[in-house]
Ligand binder design. Structure first.
Ligand SMILES: [Zn+2]
Ligand SMILES: [Zn+2]
Length: 334
């Protein structure tokens, strides 16, 4: 009898422990593709809304398209669970933009990554923009300069309207994302002579990576991508890295000298094999890889999505799950 009671207490303790460690483990991330492509349509440019599955306070990784992407996502049901308080006069798209998006992570200041942020700024709410110092500087001098657009930031040309607080990120150092349960670590990328950024987003013990534009290490003559893989290899081994959003702008037949700081399936696969080398065989099995920033052309030819996916799958001996995003799609990565 006594032995049985001891066993029961041990069982209850084990259950309690697993509940408490389960709470720390989190439930992964929800991601909504507000803008899926890298050109040339102005209503569908790089922007991914990201929040922990159990907490809808979000940030976006780049903001090439905001309101248009929110409308498309809303029409596809991505925000059906969002309850706008009855006392609010906002529609659901306005509510998500101003109340649920708590900040913007901007990888670099190219127009296809910031157009939505600039254009919606008059109706946006006060919030931080998180960026590496060179990127924050470029945003203020290029757009928020009272020539291209009023200065909605807290830096640069007076008067400063101070809607957006430019928050410098220090490379490889985690920074809390205000009014969310997430934190972010920025890693520099080389993008054809422009500094770009990959963001490691963490919540509880979960993590995901969202890349801005980047060329291959070998072409850019850097080790930036390899350094990021070193930083996340342990999380991958522990199954704590839930997804990667990364670009493949062109198909693999694009000559290296015409990459302009972008990846192709050939180069992305080579880099993912480096990650597998660091994290160990089998560590990437089932990992979702969202392929962002595909550039298409206004030709009669078949658009490049299928070709790019076919090339990626042909070299996929590491078991990752390539995801071709459609604007407005919502995923739960866990
Ligand atoms: Zn770019
Ligand atoms: Zn771009």
């Amino acid at each position: 009898m006594k032995g049985r009671r001891v066993a029961l207490v041990a069982l209850l303790n084990a259950a309690f422990l697993s509940i408490s460690s389960g709470a720390m483990a989190g439930d992964g991330f929800d991601v909504v593709a507000l803008g899926a492509l890298g050109g040339i349509e102005d209503g569908n440019l790089s922007a991914y809304l990201i929040h922990p599955h159990d907490d809808d306070r979000a940030v976006t990784c780049d903001a090439g398209t905001l309101v248009n992407g929110l409308r498309v996502a809303d029409a596809k049901g991505a925000f059906d669970a969002v309850k706008v308080p009855p006392e609010s006069d906002l529609g659901r798209v306005g509510y998500v933009l101003t109340k649920q998006i708590k900040g913007y992570l901007i990888s670099h200041a190219h127009l296809d990554h910031v157009a939505g942020l600039v254009i919606s700024s008059p109706d946006d709410s006060n919030k931080p923009i998180y960026a590496l110092p060179s990127v924050g500087e470029a945003l203020v001098t290029t757009y928020f300069n009272w020539q291209a657009w009023p200065n909605f930031t807290d830096r640069g040309k007076e008067p400063r309207l101070k809607k957006f607080t430019i928050t410098d990120l220090e490379p490889a150092k985690a920074t809390p994302l205000a009014d969310t349960k997430m934190k972010v670590t920025a890693f520099p990328l080389s993008h054809g002579g422009v500094e770009s950024t990959a963001f490691l987003i963490e919540s509880d013990d979960d993590a995901m990576l969202c890349f801005g534009d980047t060329g291959p290490d070998a072409v850019e003559k850097t080790t930036h991508m390899r350094d990021i893989w070193s930083a996340v290899a342990d999380r991958l081994k522990q199954r704590r890295l839930k997804a990667i959003v990364i670009e493949s702008s062109y198909a693999s037949d694009r000559p290296d000298k015409l990459l302009f700081g972008h990846l192709t399936p050939k180069w992305l696969l080579a880099s993912l094999h480096e990650l597998a080398g660091q994290a160990g065989a089998g560590s990437l099995n089932g990992l979702p890889i969202v392929i962002s920033h595909i550039k298409y052309a206004l030709t009669r030819e078949q658009q490049p999505q299928k070709k790019i996916l076919d090339e990626l799958e042909a070299g996929n001996d590491i078991g990752v799950r390539f995801v071709m995003p459609e604007q407005g799609a919502r995923w739960h990565f866990r």
